[in-house]
Design a binder for this molecule. Sequence first.
Ligand code: SF4
Length: 448
Amino acid sequence: MKNEKLLYLETFGCQMNVSDSEKIASMLGEIGYSLTESHEEADLIILNTCSIRAKAEQKLYSLLGRFRELKKRNERLIVGVGGCVAQKEGRRLLRKVPFVNIVFGTHNLHLVADMVSAAEQGHRLVHVDFIDNDTRLDLFPKADGGGAVARFVTIMQGCDNYCTYCIVPYVRGREISRRSEDILDEIRTMAANGTREVTLLGQNVNSYGLKSPGECDFPRLLHTVASIDGIERIRFTTSHPKDLSPSLVSCFAEIPKLCGHIHLPAQSGSDAVLAGMERGYTRGDYLAKIEALKKARPDIQITGDIIVGFPGESEEDFQQTLSLLREVEYADQFSFIFSVRKETRAAGFADTVPYREKQERLSRLQQLQKGITLERNRSLVGTVQEILVEGKSRKGDQMFGRTDGNRIVNFTGDSSLAARIVPVRITRAFQNSLLGELQNEPGGGIHA
Ligand code: SF4
């Protein structure tokens, strides 16, 4: 083991990248790197990137520009780029930014420690090959949870859906499910180390196992995870609406540990736009699944993603999306302007919507969602919610945790409450969080 060196690790984008960054930190910990929050004092800077929107890619190059000065001051500083932009750019990145030492793609995470060791010896390396067999998931070190109350667990990678606007299949590769026995082992270890909540991660968890002969499907995996002692809450993300099966919907009625929240991205409320996106469902199909979910778990919280300004989206199409928001009553929504990714088929579609119009639609949509979110948050005032306490809140004098439906709640309490599920009466509602008071009913349920 070498002397301790400092790693500055910045993560862009999705929860999958957050999970990958945890693995990168763990692997680099094995060769003597510990995390720092200051890039100024780092010996190694790793940027774990996202390329889902053009803006995220621009952010990488602007950050690298800032690090040029650091590299001038400290020639021994190692700079590495991983994730989706690294996958897409590959060797080009080394040419564009001469002080970058290593570039590793989305299938090459397991090589990162060896690559950094080689960079310490003055080498510059690129590894962006896809490994198209299921052993690559075994190459990832199993996480032990590190004592964290809530952890992500990757159960699959890649995507076979090729929605016309999306770059993910090109930068994450074809869909591969990790072996269930490895997933369960990892979760058992996490539970033994204090983890109480796991979020099962994948680009489309609903299709987990379906392409792996002999493997269980996603509903069966959920039932098995629920049987692990110590795990009290289970979440999952992301779900593709077309693959949300009746047996998965039933899990919300059958598995008490499965939290009452689902992220189910509709992307649009218009059938014409959904057809252009090749999402594989209609607005009617989507709403039927929402109805089934609400039947299985009446208090379920639904979040989603919407893309505004897809090529050819008319005002009428957009109105359909606004009405979908009202009909579903989403707890929250991630919404974006359509971002052209030149690798995708939608890049060849005639883009008839002026950019100012797209901005205006996004703002109308976000205003509507803000109102719905606040109204839903306000409806919780006066109720007692079970909160899994995750730690001290940003304000420092409060603790924070999440409701079963994934709303953040801050309340007065001390650190001894961490990792416990406690009843908290909601006293105030804000746009992005709730405020509450701890109740003297340890283990109590939800009361109106
Ligand atoms: S389902 Fe569609 S949007 Fe989601 S990752 Fe796959 S291609 Fe992208």
